[in-house]
Design a protein around this ligand. Structure first.
Ligand code: SAM
Length: 284
């Protein structure tokens, strides 16, 4: 398998581009696990992030109604164009996955999208934020991420790894770490191991839409000084807009001890703070 991929790259006269996070999956069993987690069906529209040389693409295509493959590297996109089966079900787009309008694609196609990808690690954090912002577009996401990022996203409250992205992701999705993947499953071998996460949207949101901005700002403010008490970190980030006494009242009204630290609060507790803030300080 490794030889085949190396041969493909050599025949095509190119080396993997580090700046684009190009590490290619060479372990068949990992590909099969990713596809099983995506639970693909004949009615699905799938968006694949960074198809690369097509390791996952070739297996996804025969199983689904439509596959939109977003590849930023023009060389790889043109390689795929010539090497993949020509079918109207494959939409190979040479584009930046960070700029793609997933909500628009979902509403114009009249279906929610499944996202599958061995993500370029260099863009994984901003891409997750994009997915959060456009979450209505998705029915499921199965993403390979750097192991440390995957652990952060699934860490329980009270741990060192638990942070802003863990809370934001969990407010919108059920997130499960499904598979740990050794660095030896890639060519070239990266410096870190990986893991596959599955994101399934929550049926009902933890907070009403009008409290979303308050939710994000509270979470970011709380974690901006994670060694301080919640009262002090919120004061130092939000103090200009909300007097300290109001912040204390807000915490106490929600039954949250102001001496707690940001990493001890669950996503539900942040949601209750955001809702309370939105209701009682509408101009916030
Ligand atoms: N899917 C292939 C595999 O598993 O072997 C390749 C995965 S590789 C980790 C990441 C791929 O994403 C590369 O093909 C890279 O060129 C592409 N890529 C990097 N940045 C991108 C971006 N902003 N938008 C779309 N594709 C990107």
């Amino acid at each position: 398998m490794k030889k085949t991929l190396k041969g493909t790259l050599r025949d095509y006269g190119r080396r993997p581009k580090k700046s684009l996070g190009q590490v290619f999956l060479i372990e068949r069993s990992v590909q099969e696990n990713i596809l099983a987690l995506a639970d693909l069906g004949a009615d699905d529209t799938v968006v694949e992030i960074g198809p690369g040389t097509g390791a996952l693409t070739r297996d996804i295509l025969p199983r689904v109604k439509r596959l939109i493959a977003l590849e930023i590297d023009a060389d790889l996109a043109s390689y795929l164009r010539t090497s993949m089966e020509t079918t109207s079900r494959l939409h190979l787009v040479c584009a930046d996955a960070l700029r793609f309008d997933y909500e628009r694609a979902s509403s114009s196609l009249g279906t929610r999208l499944k996202v599958v990808g061995n993500l370029p690690y260099v863009i994984s954090a901003p891409l997750l934020v994009t997915f959060l912002e456009q979450r209505k577009a998705f029915s499921r996401l199965v993403l390979m991420l750097q192991k440390e990022v995957a652990q952060r996203l699934t860490a329980p409250p009270g741990t060192k790894q638990y942070g802003t992205l863990s809370v934001l992701c969990r407010s919108c999705f059920h997130v499960d770490l499904e598979l740990k993947v050794s660095r030896n499953c890639f060519h070239p071998v990266p410096k870190v191991d990986s893991a596959v996460l599955r994101f399934v949207p929550r049926e009902s949101s933890l907070f009403p839409p009008e409290a979303e901005r308050a939710f994000r700002e509270l979470v970011r403010a709380a974690f901006s000084k994670r060694r301080k008490t919640l009262l002090n970190s919120l004061r130092s980030s939000l103090g200009k807009r909300l007097p300290g006494e109001r912040i204390r009242e807000l915490l106490e009204d929600c039954g949250i001890d102001p001496r707690r630290r940001a990493e001890t609060l669950s996503a539900e507790e942040y949601a209750s703070l955001a809702q309370h803030l939105q209701t009682n300080h509408p101009l916030w």
